[in-house]
Design a protein around this ligand. Structure first.
Ligand SMILES: Cc1cc2nc3c(=O)[nH]c(=O)nc-3n(C[C@H](O)[C@H](O)[C@H](O)COP(=O)(O)O)c2cc1C
Length: 335
């Protein structure tokens, strides 16, 4: 049946962004409608891309694919259950040849669209004799990270579009078999497999236990100079709560019961992973994190319940080495 505009819900962009979670439990009996997958792909297609070169492509795969077993062998172990419950997998690809082969036409489409104008100094002669030749001389070591960044933001748009339609997403690592996905799809050498994305109807509540804690706003964002904390506009935090961009922080009430019920439903081990007592206490006092009451109460409950693991001594050596290599202060992990 053809899709009508009236089939498409009207969630606000801010609410879709605020509602997004990485869903890890999907209903294996439900298939996401093609039009919703295609809406997500369209959200990617209309994301910004340099010179309108359209370097981001995707392959949509379902479990009836002949390649499923090969794909499953490539996915990291902690993602196997997720992909098998999901409805679709989207393999996001970055086509490096788009940079070299499509810049001329891409820029021409922008000129025809009324996007490239003389106002900003664009000039055909200069573009063709200077700009394009210079851009085309970039090695793939330079274009690859630029284009994969672009693919990343296309993927982000598709996830938000899915969320607005009630479709859950999670990005998943395919690190078990390096190069395995390129081989499975027999990708030409100019294609990079940038990321895997599982899609489905979540079995967990759409809040998935609540919004995950992040670092504080002013620890991440600066004004004028790096490290000069930017303060959020007056009243904004409360206003964004009303609009759904900022939501109740995880874990909300009932989350751990929900997780246990999901584990029981699929005969999986129940329970969550915990860190050592000392680490949890240190983290609770870390002023960088935006800890609200739910997560603080959970941490206190975990501490009170006890039976927490010990810090493996091997980690001291790993952290010492890592931190030396990256020049950061690791003492908090070593004490
Ligand atoms: C590039 C990328 C790769 C990710 N890979 C995985 C993964 O392989 N498995 C997984 O369970 N979560 C994965 N995640 C999800 C993150 O762990 C998740 O974003 C984080 O827990 C924060 O939660 P939220 O997305 O619900 O806000 C990935 C996220 C990103 C951005």
């Amino acid at each position: 049946m053809a899709v009508n505009a009236s089939d498409i819900p009207d969630m606000s962009t801010l609410e879709a962004i605020g509602s997004r979670r990485s869903y890890r439990y999907y209903d294996p009996t439900r298939t996401v409608e093609d039009w919703k997958i295609d809406t997500m792909l369209n959200a990617a297609r209309f994301s910004s891309c340099q010179g309108n070169i359209n370097c981001t492509e995707a392959i949509v795969v379902t479990k009836d694919s002949d390649l499923w077993d090969e794909i499953e062998e490539c996915v990291s172990g902690f993602n196997v259950q997720i992909i098998n419950q999901s409805s679709h997998l989207i393999f996001w690809l970055t086509n490096l040849n788009a940079w070299y082969g499509r810049a001329n036409d891409g820029l021409s489409t922008l000129a025809l669209s009324g996007a490239l104008t003389k106002y900003h100094g664009w000039n055909y002669e200069f573009t063709m004799t200077q700009t394009v030749p210079r851009l085309m001389s970039f090695p793939t070591t330079l274009t690859e990270p630029m284009l994969r960044f672009e693919t990343g933001q296309h993927v982000g748009a598709s996830i938000i579009a899915g969320q607005a339609l009630g479709v859950g997403s999670i990005l998943i690592a395919f690190g078990r078999k390096p190069g395995g996905i390129n081989k499975a799809f027999d990708l030409p050498p100019n294609y990079r497999f940038t990321w895997g994305h599982a899609v489905g109807y979540p079995l967990e509540d759409m809040a998935a236990g609540g919004q995950r804690v992040r670092l504080k706003f002013d620890k991440l964002f600066s004004n004028q100079t790096q490290g000069n904390p930017r303060q959020m506009a007056d009243g904004l935090e409360d206003a964004l709560k009303v609009k759904g961009l900022i939501q109740e922080q995880a874990p909300n009430s009932g989350r751990f019961e929900e997780l246990d019920a999901l584990a029981a439903q699929f005969s999986r081990d129940s329970g969550v992973v915990s860190w050592p007592e000392k680490d949890i206490r240190r983290l609770l006092n870390d002023d960088d994190w935006d800890f609200g009451p739910n997560i603080k109460a959970r941490a206190e409950a975990v501490l009170a319940a006890g039976d927490l693991p010990d810090y493996p001594e091997e980690m001291v050596e790993t952290f010492e080495k890592l931190m030396k290599e990256h020049g950061i202060d690791t003492s908090k992990y070593l004490a």
